[in-house]
Design a protein around this ligand. Structure first.
Ligand code: UD1
Ligand code: PEP
Length: 437
């Protein structure tokens, strides 16, 4: 188990370059299975979840070559479908959430797709009905082995386009159905589609491969099926969740930071949400410049009532930044209600912040009220265990702000989604070291 040792209470300074987006990369990597031609992807983050998916692709027979840091070529011209029935696949496929998105492309191209119950954060129920109902709508037969928790879809005669209204705007579900539908016969209409930048990027990539998807960026996608797709070059966007994490870090440590090349146009409501919490964000070209701020004051509503930050499908605020916003508010001037609507077990980590001296009331599993200290008293250093990826980075930010030495165990959770974090934080002045045992 890996551990971070952190000496907190120091302000940081400098530039930080965001990695490529984890959740986009996971979709884009699965899409290489849709063609036998060469696909080149740039800006792939070097993080555990992405590397696990690359291993799965390798075991499926995809020829993969590293061309430069973050740039790989993929050729899926000789796929080994027997891997899907192996014990190795049961182990590897269940170790991350993103593996679920190999099912759509495999079903579309080879008429069958299997997956063990995928892993990912333990942050509440994470059902897969939207994915499989979508495949059934396209004509696939579905089976589920309850004992082994193993899912399968088959369509020996091929898929047929259909109209569907998704029961929820699932991000990976929409990606999976899109990847199945691009090679289906006829027209598929997906209403209540998720439209996060991850999905928009996937659609752009698929269109550049010869797919015919319209409505990109909206919740109504129309896909005219084609018989085959060709290769392409694709570049993954900067990770908006990492960008939000660095904004939270700058605020909590009262540091001046510049986050480079953030792709402002793809950040949606994220900058405005941080501004409502009193953070100054300057747009300098495509960078975010955050000046060192002695304090940041949470704005109220026009009628004077307390601000709520809640998650929602895009263009709403992403649930993956709520833990970071929460930790940041522990030192804000004012109070806020954090409402995590999507996941029912994602706020329990606040116990650790309460141990550190934060003023938080967990109202119920979905809602927490935070009363900021306005830096009148700092958080206390402590020893903690990272429960999930975003709680993990939030605890790390708390530790960097707290006076004294903190220890965070189970940092493998953070490794899932943050590249080379120790070196990158050290480069801006953080006192952090890592031990692995
Ligand atoms: C690998 C990957 O890309 N993971 C992301 C993806 O997970 P993932 O695609 O697994 O998440 P889903 O979008 O399917 O659903 C997330 C949760 O929100 C609930 N839900 C979803 C849509 C909706 O309209 N109403 C609703 O209540 C679902 O029931 C579920 O509990 O999207 C999540 C939601 O942005 C992010 O937290 C994850 O980081
Ligand atoms: C919940 C997340 O990831 P995953 O869906 O891969 O568990 C996340 O990135 O915050």
């Amino acid at each position: 188990m890996g551990t971070f040792q952190i000496e907190g209470g120091h302000s940081l300074k400098g530039e930080i370059i965001p990695q490529g987006a984890k959740n986009e990369a996971l979709q884009i990597l699965c899409a290489v299975l849709l063609t036998s031609e060469k696909v080149i992807i740039e800006n792939i983050p070097d993080i555990v979840d992405v590397n696990k998916l690359i291993t799965i692709l390798e075991n499926l027979g995809v020829k993969i070559q590293k061309q430069a840091k973050g740039t790989f070529s993929f050729i899926a011209d000789d796929i080994n479908l027997s891997y899907l029935e192996s014990d190795l696949f049961k182990e590897e496929g269940s170790s991350l959430r993103g593996s679920i998105m190999i099912v759509g492309p495999l079903l579309a191209r080879f008429g069958k797709g299997y997956i063990p119950r995928p892993g990912g954060d333990k942050i509440g129920r994470r059902r897969l009905d939207t994915h499989f109902q979508g495949f059934i709508n396209l004509g696939a037969e579905f089976r589920y082995n309850r004992e082994e928790r193993f899912y399968g879809v088959e369509a020996p005669e091929g898929l047929k386009g259909a109209y569907m209204l998704l029961d929820q705007a699932s991000v990976t579900g929409t990606a999976n159905i899109i990847m199945a539908a691009v090679l289906a016969k006829g027209t598929t209409t997906i209403y209540n589609a998720a439209c996060e930048p991850y999905i928009q990027q996937l659609c752009k990539m698929l269109n550049s491969m010869g797919a015919n998807i319209s409505g990109v960026g909206s919740n109504l996608l129309v896909i005219e099926g084609v018989t085959s797709l060709n290769g392409c070059n694709h570049r993954v966007l900067p990770d908006m969740i990492e960008i939000g994490s660095w904004i939270g870090l700058a605020a909590m440590t009262r540091s001046e930071l510049t986050i480079k090349d953030v792709s402002w146009e793809n950040l949606g409501i994220i900058p405005e949400t941080f501004r409502k919490l009193g953070i100054t964000l300057n747009k300098v070209g495509d960078d975010i410049h955050i000046p060192a701020q002695e304090e940041y004051e949470i704005q109220g509503y026009i009628d004077g009532s307390i601000l709520t930050v809640a998650d929602a499908p895009w263009p709403g605020f992403t649930p993956d930044l709520l833990s970071i916003v929460l930790v940041m508010c522990t030192q804000a001037k004012g109070s806020v209600l954090i409402h995590q609507k999507m996941f029912e077990s994602r706020l329990f980590f606040v116990d650790k912040l309460i141990d550190m001296g934060a003023k938080i009331i967990l109202c119920d599993p979905h809602r927490a009220t935070v009363i900021g200290h306005n830096f009148k008293s700092s958080l206390r250093a402590t020893t903690m265990v990272s429960p999930d990826i975003r709680a993990g980075i939030s605890l790390l930010i708390a530790a960097l702000s707290a006076e004294g030495n903190s220890t965070i165990h189970n940092i493998e959770q953070i490794d899932r989604g943050y590249e080379n974090i120790v070196e990158r934080l050290q480069a801006i002045g953080a006192k952090i070291t890592r031990t692995d045992s």
